[in-house]
Design a protein around this ligand. Structure first.
Ligand SMILES: [Zn+2]
Length: 118
């Protein structure tokens, strides 16, 4: 009654029949799902960097876009009684807007500088 049957299965070589393709048959790259992933800290000014899409050394083109701060200021002015007109001023002031960094070479959006919630 002292025979150890479990010893037999444990001594077998491990799964020699599996013919899964090994990892080295796959291209060794990280899939880029979105260009905003793994972004450096962006400033509101054009930045020198390497474009993730075209791999060129570029200075980004900045495109202002209404962001959270713009809308908050607009909402604040509206609450203070400044309806149509003054409440739209934040949309004319670039310092209230978020900034999109684009590649001048391939026009891809590389990243974004957010005034609030970045
Ligand atoms: Zn590019």
């Amino acid at each position: 009654m002292s025979k150890k049957k479990t010893q037999e299965t444990a001594s077998l070589p491990t799964t020699p029949d599996l013919n899964f393709p090994q990892n080295d048959s796959l291209p060794n790259y990280l899939p880029v799902v979105q260009n905003f992933i793994d972004t450096p800290i962006y400033s509101p000014d054009p930045m020198r960097m390497t474009c993730l899409t075209c791999r060129q050394d570029i200075v980004t083109v900045t495109v202002p876009e209404a962001g959270l701060l713009t809308w908050l200021l607009c909402g604040g002015l509206t609450l203070m009684g400044c309806f149509w007109g003054p409440c739209l001023y934040p949309f004319c002031i670039e310092e209230t807007k978020d900034v999109i960094h684009e590649c001048p070479n391939c026009q891809t959006s590389i990243g974004m500088y957010k005034r609030i919630g970045g």
